[in-house]
Each structure stands twice: as C-alpha cells, then as structure tokens.
Design a protein around this ligand. Structure first.
Ligand SMILES: C[S@@+](CC[C@H](N)C(=O)[O-])C[C@H]1O[C@@H](n2cnc3c(N)ncnc32)[C@H](O)[C@@H]1O
Length: 197
C-alpha cells in the first residue's frame, strides 16, 4: 500500500486475494466499491442484490454497508468462482451466494439495492428495472464518460445507457468514478414520470 491508497475493508481484501488466486480480473474498482457500500448503508433493512459475483469483491463492498437487518444475495454462473466467493462470506448468514443464471435473483426480488454487473444489464434492461422495489437503487458500472447528450460510445449513441438514464420509472444520473470510467445510479420512482429527456 502506498501513502496515497486508502485501505479497503478486510473482507474486500480477502475477495481480492481470491480474485488473484483464481486469475479473475473483472472485479469492480474501489471507487465503485465505496458507492456500493454507501448504497447498502442507505437501506439497513433492505434486500441487496448483485448479478455477477465474480470472486466476491463487489459483494464484499456491498457487505461493508450491510445492516444487521438486511440480506445480501448474489449470483454467479461460473461454479468455481461462486464456490470461491462463497468462502469469503461463509460466516455470515445474511449473505447468499447463488450459482447459476442471474434470473435466479427474481425469486428474491424486489430489491432495495441492485448492483447489476453480470447478466441483465445488457440482455434484459427492462427486466432489471422491474426487479427494483419502489425507492430501490440501481448501480451499473463500467461506462465510458461521454461529453455528449445523448451519450455516445464508439461513435454511436449509447442506447443502453440512454435507456437507463431516461427510463420513466427511474430517477437516474451518471457519475464519474475515475476520469475514464463512470457509473449510472438510479432510484425507482414511486410513480412513473410521464416525460423524460
Ligand atoms: C464484471 S464481473 C463481476 C464482478 C463483480 N461484480 C465485482 O464487482 O467484483 C461479471 C461476472 O458476471 C458473471 N456473469 C455473466 N453473465 C452472467 C449471467 N447471465 N448470470 C450470472 N452470472 C453472469 C461472469 O461470469 C463474471 O464473473
């Protein structure tokens, strides 16, 4: 650790070790992780969900804000990764690591926080929105900041990002996590808004 790096919670460090052992390189960055912890903290009795557990780094960040009355459910389709990630949370009954397709999450919905990071985000965005409880928070990472509106990626309008940012059931915004990466953060409205632009 250098003088400029902020320490991460011990369970995040454990999940990062699992990632290293497994050769897994798609874990969320700490800037996203701190947002995940914050979101979980805001819903102390909530159901917190994640699609795409990976080695458990994002799960561990969500866990860092998990209330005593909250539950955390995450799903990973890679059996070996799911098994390894589950070992990081074996001591906490509030956490369930499921193995299989992200749609296994449906039986645990609606969610107060949903970090949609593997399955759903691209293949069923409307289905993702429908899994949110009223007031539920959705977090999507790994976007590339765009100075344009509508946002562009690779020279084209980024229709996926636009879908989330203008969805009538969501209050949504995009935030920089690093100079080169961003997240979309959204809350499900109690009443859909009639027009969004
Ligand atoms: C970006 S990585 C997840 C990183 C993790 N959320 C974190 O923050 O550390 C995406 C993961 O989603 C998993 N995945 C992709 N599609 C999936 C699906 N349809 N159902 C379940 N898991 C899926 C991949 O195997 C991969 O491990």
């Amino acid at each position: 650790m250098t003088m400029t790096q902020r320490a991460v919670p011990p369970r995040v460090a454990a999940a990062e070790r699992v990632a290293s052992e497994a050769g897994f390189r798609k874990s969320c960055i700490s800037e996203v992780g701190r947002l995940l912890g914050l979101a979980a903290s805001a819903k102390p009795h909530g159901i917190i969900a994640e699609s795409g557990t990976g080695s458990g780094v994002g799960t561990a960040w969500l866990h860092s804000g998990l209330g005593a009355g909250a539950r955390l459910v995450t799903v990973e389709r890679d059996e070996e990764l799911a098994r390894r990630a589950a070992s990081v949370f074996a001591d906490d009954k509030r956490v369930s690591v499921l193995t299989g397709d992200w749609r296994l999450l449906e039986q645990h919905a609606p969610f107060d926080v949903f970090f949609c990071d593997g399955g759903g985000k691209r293949d069923d965005p409307q289905g993702v929105v429908e899994l949110l409880a009223p007031g539920g928070l959705l977090i999507l990472d790994d976007f590339t900041p765009s100075p344009h509106w509508p946002p562009r990626f690779g020279g084209e309008v980024d229709q996926l990002r636009l879908f989330y940012l203008t969805h009538p059931a969501l209050d949504a915004t995009e935030m920089l996590t690093t100079p080169a990466s961003s997240v979309v953060v959204a809350a499900r409205r109690l009443q859909p808004c009639e027009t969004r632009s």
